[in-house]
Design a protein. Sequence first.
Length: 306
Amino acid sequence: MKRLALAMIGAVAIAVAGSVGWLALSHRAMPVSDLGVAYVIGARVALTSDHVHAIARGQTPTIEFRRRTQDPSNKYVWQRGKIERPAACLYYEPDPINGAIGHPRSCPDLHRTSLTGDQLYFSVEPNDALRIGVSDKPMKNTTNVTNGALYEAEGEIGIGKNLDDAAWFKILLDAEWLNVSDPPVPANASTDPDPMVSECRPASRQRLRDPLVLGVVPAVAARLCRVQPEKSGRPLFLVHFQSGPLQWTDWTNRLSCRALLQRLMPSRSAGDIAGCIGGPWGGFDRTDLAVAFFEVTPSGEFAVIR
């Protein structure tokens, strides 16, 4: 029995190692674009009044956001943090030591992450009215403090070879639109405009297939958005998705993004630019966003933008 158990553990270890190796080889085989990417993307967290009342009662609320037409309870939204990749990452130059072409040293390997200290301070009055405030320090006349759930990402993305020719895109994504089982009903555009809605497909669950080993990962809630540049030019095809186990490293996140783009962009043209923004939407006290960007090659492959 002990030998059987050890054999099973060994088989599982070999399968896991083989899968990781397959993923690593798939990532190394990706073509690389000569474009660069820079961005500043802020993450906001939120709670509805129902969530706040549940927390006041000592409960752990189930976080699911809906548009106001479906859920009139107020949303308390505030900036919790941002991820930032400087404009230096648009440029490539030879290394002064070995001559290798790469980004200047002022471009970090990974984007910079910063978090604010803001939290929601509140009290529930006897008539269920709420006394609330958002601050980075304790507030008077409040008895509870809590962090929110990831609700929204808003910012600007630049893709190009330098500041002069880069295309810039303003983005706004929120948790409401990834509700696959009970999708949000768009509100009246004159009273509740959402600039992303008309350019986005409805969310659906996508099972990843390339490389094949990704088929063991649960289906991902995702939608494809077409974002127009601030000036004339090609749009950015942007996948908004619910992050998961593949977002534990930068390179596995790229593989995940490419697989989603292959599923959601069956037709594409050389020179198209595309990317993904994933997050634990509705995840309590989390603002970690996962991003990846690609350029379509003449052969139709996705070349990663580093």
